[in-house]
Design a protein around this ligand. Structure first.
Ligand code: ADP
Length: 441
């Protein structure tokens, strides 16, 4: 960045110097041109006022202006354009001058001037012509440097100035970028300091954004760390149990009755492991941001009915009455995820219920929003835990969750699915009364 700023500043300086030099050269040259013209007009008028070229008995061969008026070419032209005299070249060698603009102008207006490029590239010839009383025209001319020549002659000085300015620019831009970037560097090193105020008002939104992103990254890293620690712990418990039971069975010291129990325990723990791993896989899939999910228009009632069928046996085994009520509600969602969401909520309603309890699933539109309501009259959730039940591995009653095959991840998955569908979730629960979960699409 510093290098970029340096290069840009140097470029700006070079362009500024060149523009100034070109501008000044043009202004200077136009002033110079005006001066040359003025000088020429003075010379021409002076010559005219001598009335030398108007005397009747003028002997052309005796006119000699070359020694007196150095660098000034004098040409005398007759009414028909014939060159009568030229102090530079013999008049006979010169063509008729009637086509020269300054001569034409002088014949008409009394005076005329013109500038033409000289034979030598870098020079211009300035002409000034005056009409004499006898009808002839007297023209004076001089060579002067062209604009390009003036520019070229100034080139070494221009190059020197540019070099000087580049050196000054490099030093200034170095100091300037250091001065400009310092607050940004300080701001970055103070990301964790919430009280830090940036010296630039303009940097405040950036600093706020960086700070919040920094906090988000830190908390995401912490959440990941906690999750990994929790996962390891959750996996370790059933594995330790499986290993223990297997070791006992391997020793062959266990009676037949106990053996059966141990096998059952091994299977139960293996099932728990499987359930855990399945839920972890689901969560990590939901965490993937690049995951392109397929959304379709689906009937919430129809999906809920499908889940009901699958859960009814489980409910019956636990002596829970499960019922579905409501109407057709079309939402845009991912069928698999919506099914997962309903299953998780209904399973919890069965799992944390009492024998003879009820689970009512309702699909209906409330205030123009399609809603799914899963209501049970089970054990309920204490107010203090209601905020935390959506956290990964948070359980109100750990032993009950584990005994009923819970992983502690069900509601975390639900929350994730709700977010993916831009929906809202409401939890209403009271211990001993029951729980109602409402999802609003
Ligand atoms: P689990 O696999 O333990 O059920 P969840 O994430 O689904 O994990 O739920 C987290 C905790 O919330 C549960 O352990 C349980 O204590 C409580 N919970 C969830 N749903 C209900 C419910 N319908 N009634 C009572 N408690 C519930």
């Amino acid at each position: 960045m510093k290098k970029k700023i340096n290069v840009r500043l140097v470029w700006i300086a070079v362009i500024a110097v060149l523009a100034t030099v070109i501008g000044i050269t043009i202004i200077y040259y136009s002033l110079f041109q005006r001066q040359v013209r003025a000088d020429l007009s003075v010379s021409a008028k002076l010559l005219r006022d001598t009335h030398y070229f108007e005397s009747v008995n003028i002997d052309i061969d005796k006119i000699d202006l070359s020694t007196d008026i150095d660098e000034l070419r004098v040409t005398w032209v007759a009414k028909d354009g014939t060159v009568l005299y030229d102090n530079d070249t013999s008049a006979e060698l010169l063509q008729n001058h009637n086509d020269r603009p300054e001569i034409q102008e002088a014949f008409i207006d009394g005076v005329g001037d013109a500038v033409r490029r000289s034979d030598t590239m870098n020079k211009n010839t300035f002409y000034y012509a005056v009409l004499l009383d006898n009808g002839t025209v007297l023209r004076v001319a001089t060579n002067a440097q062209s604009l390009w020549a003036v520019f070229i002659s100034a080139a070494p000085i221009i190059a020197l100035i540019i070099l000087l300015i580049i050196s000054v620019c490099v030093v200034i831009s170095h100091l300037l970028t250091r001065h400009l970037l310092k607050p940004i560097e300080v701001m970055v090193s103070n990301l964790e300091n919430a009280d830090y105020e940036s010296p630039y008002k303009e940097l405040e939104p950036l600093s706020e954004m960086l700070r919040s992103q920094h906090t988000d990254i830190l908390s995401a890293a912490k959440a990941r760390q906690d999750f990994t620690a929790n996962v390891s712990h959750e996996l370790k418990t059933p594995l330790t149990a499986i290993s223990g039971y297997a070791e006992l069975l391997e020793g062959g010291m266990v009676g037949e009755e106990k053996q059966k129990h141990f096998y059952q325990e091994i299977r139960k723990n293996a099932d728990r492991l499987l359930a855990l791993i399945n839920d972890i896989i689901k969560l990590s899939e939901l965490d993937r941001v690049d995951h392109a999910l397929e959304f379709e228009e689906l009937d919430l009632y129809e999906v809920a009915a499908e889940c009901m069928n699958e859960l009814s046996l489980n409910a019956k085994l636990k002596d829970i009455n499960i019922a579905l009520d409501g109407e057709r509600c079309i939402i845009c969602g991912n069928r698999e995820l919506i099914k997962e969401l309903i299953e998780n909520l209904a399973q919890n309603a069965i799992r944390y219920n009492n024998p003879g309890g009820k689970v009512a699933i309702t699909v209906k539109s409330i205030d123009n929003r399609n809603c799914l309501i899963v209501k049970d009259n089970g054990i309920g959730i204490p107010a203090a835990d209601q905020q935390r039940v959506f956290e990964r591995f948070y359980r109100v009653d750990k032993s009950r969750s584990k005994a009923t095959g819970g992983t502690g991840l069900g509601l975390a998955i639900v929350k994730h699915i709700v977010e993916i569908h831009d929906a809202g979730i409401e939890l209403d629960s009271a211990p001993g009364v029951g729980t109602t979960m409402t999802i609003m699409f």
